[in-house]
Design a protein around this ligand. Sequence first.
Ligand SMILES: *Cc1c(COP(=O)(O)O)cnc(C)c1O
Length: 393
Amino acid sequence: MSQSDKSRFDISTRLVYAGREPSNQYGFVNTPIYRGSTVLYKTMDDLVHGKAKYTYGTHGTPTIDSLTSAWTELSNAAGTVLVPSGLAAIAVALMSCLKAGDHLLVTDSVYRPTRHYCDGFLKRFGVETTYYDPLIGKDIEKLFKPNTTAVFTEAPGSQTFEVQDIPAIAEIAHRHGATVLMDNTWATPLFFPPHDNGVDIAIEAGTKYLSGASDLLLGMVSANERSWKDLHDTWDSMALCAGPEDVFLGLRGLRTMPLRLKEQGARALELARWLEKRPEVARVIHPGLESDPGHAIWKRDFKGSSGLFAIELQPGPISGVAAMLDNLELFGMGYSWGGFESLVIPFDCSSYRTATTWQAEGPMLRIQVGLESLDDLKSDLDAGLKRFAQHSR
Ligand SMILES: *Cc1c(COP(=O)(O)O)cnc(C)c1O
């Protein structure tokens, strides 16, 4: 059965079928890994008149098409390109809609390497960036200049999880003829369908939930009709092709992504509620909590929450944080997230924000909840929080 016949089914059903055609591969369930640069043409007519479906390794393979078509279906987009990492996805997305002399608006809560890319690379190529308060909403209109051509959003924000009013920002941006981009890595299209909410170009670090296993690096960029041609042209000119094994692993991850996301989201929310009651914790930042300032917009626009959130500890010395983190048994300390293993990482974003000031009295921690038993995770954190409190006395 072809994909279009499945459109009436729930997305979890469609993701089981999307982007694979067993009858084209001797009945084997999964699209195999196609490796290669050269593609042989049968006749000169095929070569000269562009009749061949595949022409060269950088332009696409059946493995790549499997994932791009599935991601396009999931995202309700016009098309998707794959790149070697989430940051490469951000770079190619921005390059596809900017030129020298343009002005770009970027949320102050953006993933930090995106900021580095804007302040360094884009500046060098003559693009000026202004950062805005993620809670700005409709007031973003005041920041528009005649040469503002793009708005880069991310919701919830990296590390600090502010929820932006994406539909309101998109409406204003479109009135000014600007392209709306969104880093949608936290929610994925399962919990926030970006193009249905006014986003023109959506970025996903496949490294996180598509993998679900911390075993690959991959980026997806999907676009609506308005932005698809420019995105595809930019991607094609840069030959930013993703590795075949990573794409294959991404396809494998896609089939179980709805299940993992739902489970990790439920665990994270339960752990967040448990942490809210701890005396060592000053604040839990998770948009799924009723106490969170972004909860109302999250509830209006999002279909779920994933497994990443932050906490602010009570004021205490860094030695207390080290005593807590160095001796955890189950939570690993490391960047990235979305895998099956729980992680915790300390962060301090007060030093590099420019449009807003981050207010925190105590140390901040970002927590990624994996698939371990919640009771085991709680007792690991319980012991860690007690070590922190001991050092703070
Ligand atoms: C990890 C991450 C990225 C970058 O993904 P990589 O594959 O590690 O380059 C981009 N945006 C967000 C929000 C991320 O968490």
